[in-house]
Design a protein around this ligand. Structure first.
Ligand SMILES: [Zn+2]
Length: 147
């Protein structure tokens, strides 16, 4: 399903206004345009689901399989030492975009553990996305056929 008023359906899935790092039939991963840390990526289903209550199991598992698969190349690309996986459901849980998404947030030992965000410049996002795609190519091969 596609939702006209959904920013992810419209701007990401349809118009690709994002630095995409990975794509399969069901899933799209791209750089968050307001990263908590460099390398902050989002994994979304291409179909519209609002949250964990309406996403079907198959799609949910594929989104999270890709989340796990992308974590090592993201860590390597930005030389992170840790990673947060975050997923919010409902306005009171701090969900801002009502299209199911998982945050992958690299973490660094010498930095305060904050959730503050700033809008990044497109060329910064493109540069990090290119590094991540390179790491996927160099080390992980074809991510969709994980064993
Ligand atoms: Zn949507």
């Amino acid at each position: 399903m596609f939702k006209n008023h959904c920013i992810f359906c419209n701007e990401i899935v349809r118009n690709r206004k994002a630095s995409v790092i990975y794509e399969s039939d069901k899933v799209l991963a791209f750089m968050d345009n307001a990263p908590v840390e460099p390398g902050h990526a989002l994994v979304i289903p291409k179909e519209h689901y609002e949250n964990i209550l309406d996403i079907d199991y198959e799609t949910y598992l594929e989104v999270h399989r890709v989340t796990k698969a992308l974590s090592p190349p993201i860590i390597r690309a930005v030389s992170a030492e840790g990673i947060n996986i975050g997923q919010n459901n409902g306005a009171c849980a701090n969900q801002k975009v009502f299209h199911y998404h998982v945050h992958i947030i690299p973490r660094f030992p010498d930095r305060e553990l904050k959730w503050g965000r700033r809008i990044a410049l497109d060329h910064e996002l493109d540069r990090v996305a290119a590094r991540i795609r390179e790491e996927i190519q160099n080390h992980d091969g074809d991510i969709p056929v994980l064993k």
